[in-house]
Design a protein around this ligand. Structure first.
Ligand code: CP3
Length: 350
């Protein structure tokens, strides 16, 4: 395959350099959910295999992860997996229903439910290590991003039993059972750290912690009841020298805190321009984002105008990794993604 970046090694790639605030040959680009239903080759490969089974098949994981890199010439691969996978591997009964998302057979509703959750053992992740090693060998100089779901976002699925808008049960549990809440988030932070360590120790060059739904919290609640557990995930990486990206949706009011949890890069959704995000995050961190995924469904001129605006506003940041503000929508024309990656490269080449 033809690698997009010009670096000799993933550790010296534009993605890793941008994450650290070092000079780059051009702004690196990747897309959250770049692997998946927007690609016909993905749908063909996935046909007949359930999502969570596919995530545990090293050959499928490797091939699906590589598909968008080949097609779009993006500057990073992201492991094909899911945030609920560590729970599934540990033995929690979860299914990903097409068009719905993760559905938990026995939601966590009591203190006893929290204490009954199984722990994830590193020995259960052999399939993941196999996939990551194969990927790193195939990718050459292109970095692989490992990821995990942050404790809060995973807790929302466990407590609600599935996707939810208000996350009311989650918040009610957080307020009513503060000690059990802390134990739940501690457990989830341990399994997220185990999941990330397996990926980094097998060769991933960067990690992203997805706290997709943290934006439903006030800054005070986030700081007191969530941030320490997300920080514990990053701390669980110890001295491993890989950049850490921390992402959530609707986190405008939380941005300084999201950085403080231990990130080199703060992921920003489309609600806030990147120059304002840079002011809120402060000088010591890079930014990732923030094209509205819905813009990819609009006309060509709009897409181009929005990409140019984001590249311009990102000049206020220490470093910039171009991405969407959230995941690729299934109806997206993959050729538009390819064009966006090429345009960002063209606009930012030295
Ligand atoms: O970004 C990537 O391409 C890497 C793979 C990846 C997936 N899920 C694959 C997936 C990543 C990084 C995730 C993370 C994830 N999973 C998050 C955090 C990011 C975000 O979007 O906020 C969340 C909240 C989940 C939980 C989840 N899994 C949801 C809400 C869904 C969508 C359900 C649906 O069908 O609409 C999934 C399923 C899922 N995860 C798919 C993929 C490719 C679709 C499954 C399919 O194709 O059948």
């Amino acid at each position: 395959m033809s690698p997009a970046p010009v670096s000799a090694s993933p550790a010296d790639s534009d993605l890793v350099r941008a994450a650290r605030g070092l000079p780059v040959s051009r702004t690196p680009v990747w897309f959250m959910r770049q692997a998946g239903r927007s690609l016909p080759e993905y749908r063909a490969l996935r046909a007949g295999t359930a999502m969570l089974a596919a995530c545990q098949d090293p050959d499928l994981v490797t091939e699906i992860t590589l598909q968008p890199v080949r097609r779009h010439q993006v500057d990073a691969a992201i492991l094909f997996s899911d945030i609920v996978l560590p729970l599934v591997v540990a033995g929690v009964d979860i299914e990903i229903k097409p068009g719905i998302g993760p559905v938990v057979a026995n939601p966590v509703r009591t203190v006893a439910d929290v204490d009954a959750l199984p722990d994830l053992a590193p020995e259960q992740l052999g399939f993941l290590e196999t996939a990551v090693r194969a990927l790193v060998a195939e990718l050459g100089p292109t970095p692989l991003i490992g990821f995990a779901g942050a404790p809060f976002t995973l807790a929302t699925y466990l407590i609600e039993g599935g996707p939810s808008k208000e996350h009311a049960r989650t918040k009610a549990f957080m307020y009513a059972e503060p000690e059990a809440w802390a134990r739940l988030l501690e457990r989830l932070s341990r399994s997220a750290a185990t999941f990330l360590r397996a990926q980094v120790d097998s060769g991933a060059s960067a990690v992203q912690l997805f706290d997709s739904w943290a934006g439903v919290l006030s800054a005070a609640d986030y700081a007191e009841r969530v941030l320490p557990h997300s920080r514990a995930v990053f701390d669980g990486l110890g001295e491993r020298d890989v950049p850490r990206i921390h992402f959530g949706v609707g986190t405008g009011e939380l941005l300084p805190l999201i950085g403080d949890a231990g990130a080199d890069v703060v992921g920003v959704d489309w609600r806030l321009p990147l120059d304002e995000a840079a002011r809120r995050v402060g000088p010591g961190r890079s930014l990732q984002g923030n094209l509205d995924p819905a813009v990819l469904l609009a006309d060509r001129d709009t897409v181009e105008r929005e990409v140019r605006r984001i590249v311009r506003q990102a000049e206020a940041a220490r470093g910039h990794i171009f991405n969407l503000g959230h995941g690729v929508l299934p109806d997206t024309d993959p050729d538009v993604l390819t064009r966006v990656a090429a345009l960002v490269h063209e606009l930012t080449a030295e």
